[in-house]
Design a protein around this ligand. Structure first.
Ligand SMILES: C[S@@+](CC[C@H](N)C(=O)[O-])C[C@H]1O[C@@H](n2cnc3c(N)ncnc32)[C@H](O)[C@@H]1O
Length: 279
């Protein structure tokens, strides 16, 4: 079943309120509705984010992952800094008759929840907008010992190359092209700096982030390729590679020890690890 963002008048109205030139309605709403709800359901099952008490979906957008997480866990809260997306997510949850699912406006890296509030954190396609060390520190604070997070990172090198080429397309609006090009240059200039925003997330960076902030790296692979069910399914939302370069990856960390809080240790670990080590 597809997500019916356009067939509900309330959702349609919210989409109409989103800025015309903004990516939410022109790009992201289309992306979300391109896939059936089954994809989101299967992906949550594949990584076994199931059977827990409290789950956070951070940067939840329209809340399509949160709905599937809520079907499989006791309670879920979705947060996003964009109030229009939060309104849309609430409406979608209402249409799906979800009662164990709440949404609120909030933004990384400092969320308004007490320490160790969650068993699982879902954070898909958000890492490129945030300072990753600060976010990993926050995940560590929010998760109970043994809790897991999943981070989907739509920003490996191939993705930025794709965006650069897209920004040169004369058919795109001029403002979009200029903004995009500036963003791509900023990213390429910052290279493998884990503290940069926007940023690359490669496999090496995911390992370094986990090690530094007290997580065991449970798995890292292309988006939609981690499957613990033994069925070896591959369900990417985006192409795994663009021009032979990694396009986007996802990784899962488990909180296993206190975060290394000394600046020197964090710096050594984060900056001393090669970016392109594979899993
Ligand atoms: C590409 S969308 C992905 C949304 C959703 N996770 C999904 O997979 O459909 C990125 C989301 O990150 C949110 N975001 C941006 N900055 C954020 C921040 N500092 N903290 C939390 N979410 C943020 C945006 O509002 C947007 O909803």
């Amino acid at each position: 079943m597809p997500l019916h963002l356009h067939s509900d008048p309330q959702l349609q109205q919210l989409l109409d309120e989103m800025p015309r030139e903004g990516w939410e309605r022109n790009y992201y709403a289309k992306l979300v509705t391109r896939h059936s709800t089954q994809l989101y359901a299967d992906r949550v099952d594949m990584v076994q984010f199931v059977g827990e008490k409290k789950v956070l979906d951070v940067g939840c957008g329209f809340g399509q992952w949160a709905i599937e997480l809520a079907r499989r866990n006791r309670s879920v809260v979705g947060v996003d800094p964009n109030p229009l997306l939060i309104k849309a997510a609430k409406r979608l949850a209402e249409l799906h008759e979800m009662e164990n699912l709440a949404f609120c406006v909030d933004a990384l890296p400092n969320l308004g929840f007490p320490d160790e509030s969650f068993d699982l954190i879902w954070c898909w396609s958000v890492l490129m907008f945030v300072n990753r060390p600060a976010v990993l520190r926050e995940f560590h604070r929010l998760l109970r010992p043994g809790g897991r997070f999943l981070a989907g990172a739509v920003n490996a090198r191939g993705r930025w190359l794709y965006k650069t080429l897209q920004s040169l397309n004369p058919l795109n609006p001029r403002l979009f092209r200029l903004r995009r090009l500036r963003q791509c240059w900023a990213t390429f200039r910052s290279g493998s700096d884990v503290e940069a925003v926007p940023n690359f997330t490669m496999r090496g960076a995911s390992r370094a982030l986990c090690e530094t902030f007290g997580f065991e790296l449970v798995a890292v692979d292309f988006d939609g390729h981690i499957d613990f069910t033994g069925e070896n399914r591959r369900m990417p939302v985006f192409k795994p590679r663009f021009c032979f370069m990694e396009n986007n990856i996802e990784f899962i960390g488990r909180k296993v020890r206190p975060a290394d809080t000394t600046a020197a240790a964090a710096g050594a670990s984060l900056h001393g690890t090669p970016e392109n080590t594979s899993s």
